[in-house]
Design a protein around this ligand. Structure first.
Ligand code: GAP
Length: 444
């Protein structure tokens, strides 16, 4: 599963990347933030289709990590919290990147990402590298003084650690069990870029799985396999993915072992998710700094221990971009070129589009009835403009897996045409059987 090569064999071209960035803007997935003011570097707003798709990515994660398991419970912790959390976690002292300035053009770079020469102007006249803390600092309340300093969280994980004891007692859980959370995180990245791959505000999907210490290696392996296959279940082909084991120098300060799920981005392999064995580092650190005992007491055996933590930590926004890149395709249908996003039906912004053949009132009345039936279960688009061929192309381009066409015959036979995105095959189906057929193809 893990590949030895550094360059992906199936890397996308830069053209594919440009096509995705262009499509995202043109069709309302992702807009540069505050564009009317000239934007702000590497910050993006998710448009109507992006908001739908991002929600679906998170929903897919939630379904497999929380809903379909009985050993994981959810949490939604605050973004602003007591700064002692970041002292205990090690973020205040060590969450830094090495920063260098180019004395010639004044650009700033991460020292570990350049090769001794400024990528902007080519000058080798760079300052010494100095540590730059990536946490955004702010003040809570009206006074800008040391006592009111707070930080925007750089990861959701700590919310799970500081609530470990609360969850343990309220949910009557026993290791092995996990706490999962989806939410925004913030890092003052020195060099954000590659569209939404690296931004200063992003969304994470993280789960902390607490286990008896001797079982940690086994659970680490389990979660590596489980998370690696999740991306494939949602449509990314295996040759675009690899699981890469970190070597000793690369490990974070808290980790005994980490493997990354990586995707073949146009610029090479890039991390989608890290699966780390965080040992008892975090729970011990919080116990030490807070003075509160944090451990599991097994009443049956009388045993007391600090659990180890296995953490699958994924990025929702970055993952959405990988799904888009993997789904993008161009082909020819009936002599026409089309762009098609072959997205998994659950990830597509709309699962169904209802397309009345004409805007005539008696037809749109029936089409609206069909829409009302379908949107009980699925996110639906309704489009009665332009020719039907062009409407199919528009839906293909945004990944809608199924189109339902309501035509004049529908008024007579109470049936509609169901068209499938990838094969473009069409079948005639009674309206009374439509929702059942959609469910058969998309899932409930
Ligand atoms: N709690 C562990 C942790 O936060 P991480 O590898 O730093 O680990 C986890 O982050 C995931 O969050 C990454 O694999 C990536 O998908 C996403 N991520 C991290 N920094 C990001 C950024 N600046 N922009 C977008 N996504 C980011």
């Amino acid at each position: 599963m893990s590949l030895e090569t550094t360059e992906p064999e199936h890397a996308f071209s830069g053209d594919r990347f440009d096509a995705i960035v262009n499509l995202c803007k043109r069709r309302g997935f992702v807009f540069p933030s505050a564009e009317i003011y000239g934007g702000i570097r590497s910050t993006y707003d998710y448009g109507p289709l992006g908001a739908l798709m991002l929600r679906n990515v998170k929903e897919a994660w939630w379904r497999s990590m929380v809903q379909q398991r009985d050993d994981v419970v959810p949490l939604d912790a605050a973004i602003l919290t007591n700064p002692k959390v970041w002292e205990a976690s090690g973020h205040l002292a060590t969450f830094t990147d090495p920063l260098v300035d180019c004395r010639n053009c004044k650009e700033r770079w991460r020292a570990d990402q350049i090769e001794g020469v400024c990528p902007n102007c080519g000058s080798a006249d760079l300052t010494e590298a100095r540590p730059f803390n990536l946490m955004f600092k702010t003040f809570v309340g009206p006074l800008e003084e040391d006592a009111s300093v707070a930080y925007l969280r750089p990861e959701t994980a700590q919310g799970m650690f500081v609530n470990f004891a609360n969850v343990l007692t309220t949910m009557r859980k026993k290791p092995p069990f996990g706490i999962a959370q989806i939410g925004r995180s913030f890092r003052n990245e020195i060099t954000p870029g590659n569209f939404v791959f690296r931004t200063r505000e992003f969304e994470q999907m993280e789960m902390e799985f607490f286990v008896p210490p001797p079982d940690a290696p086994r659970w680490h392996e389990y979660w590596c396999q489980e998370r690696f296959s999740w991306y494939q279940r949602y449509g990314i082909s295996p040759e675009l993915l690899r699981l890469r084991v970190h070597d000793a120098e690369e490990l974070s300060h808290y980790s005994a072992a980490t493997s990354d799920v990586e995707f073949a981005f146009p610029w090479g392999w890039g991390e989608l998710e890290g699966i780390a064995n965080r040992t008892d580092f975090d729970l011990n650190a919080h116990a030490r700094h807070s003075g509160v005992r944090i451990e599991y007491f097994d009443q049956a055996s009388g045993e007391r221990y600090v659990p180890y933590v296995i953490e699958p930590a994924a990025g929702a926004t970055r993952t959405m971009m990988a799904f888009l890149l993997a789904a993008y395709d161009e082909d020819e249908v009936g002599g026409d070129r089309r762009v098609v996003l072959r997205l998994h039906p659950r990830l597509a912004p709309y699962q169904v589009a209802i397309l009345p053949l004409s805007k005539k009132e008696h037809l749109s009345g029936l089409a609206r009835e069909v829409l009302a039936m379908c949107r009980e279960r699925y996110m639906c688009d309704f489009d009665d403009t332009q020719s039907i061929g062009r409407r199919y192309r528009r839906q293909d381009e945004i990944g809608t897996p199924l189109c339902v066409t309501v035509d004049f015959d529908s008024l007579e036979d109470q049936a509609v045409t169901l068209r499938e995105r990838d094969s473009t095959q069409q079948i005639r189906i009674p309206i009374s059987a439509l929702v059942e057929e959609l469910t058969r193809r998309i899932g409930a």
